[in-house]
Design a protein around this ligand. Sequence first.
Ligand code: ATP
Ligand code: MG
Length: 152
Amino acid sequence: MKEMSFVMLKPDAVLRRLSGKVISRFEERGLKIAAAKMMIITRDLAEKHYAEHSQKPFFKDLVDYITSGPVLAMVIEGEECISLIRRMVGATNPKEADLGTIRGDYAIDTGRNIIHASDSAKSAEREIALFFNDSELCSYPLPDEELVYEEP
Ligand SMILES: Nc1ncnc2c1ncn2[C@@H]1O[C@H](COP(=O)(O)OP(=O)(O)OP(=O)(O)O)[C@@H](O)[C@H]1O
Ligand SMILES: [Mg+2]
């Protein structure tokens, strides 16, 4: 089933100039970028995005971090891509993330784990609506898309 996930390269990914490397992983995997924009997000948007963590002790640090510089907000589309992207991203604590995952290869600190990805279809829908208008989502076929085998 085709899904859309909200993916955000966090400020340290952008400042460490890792954006291209991370985007390449998604492209090389066969996923499609449906929307992308560089933005410095407001505290209000950051607090809405991470609302589920508002009572956690790390919430203020998390909002400070995510608003500390530019993020690259993206919508990525593909077959069952929500769980696939989470697996590609790796564990929240990069020290526990498998090598070969994005966090396992590029991060070491939970508070600087370089990327966000939606954890469910419900989260994806909510997060995409927070960051993008419908008119910003690009619908286009990839040249190899019709070759994808649909499982029965
Ligand atoms: N124990 C913690 N200490 C400090 N920061 C934390 C801790 N747990 C989570 N965070 C921060 O809050 C973010 C959101 O936590 P969550 O549990 O949703 O993990 P995640 O889904 O892997 O990450 P994200 O939502 O950013 O994709 C984490 O990415 C991390 O930056
Ligand atoms: Mg999360």
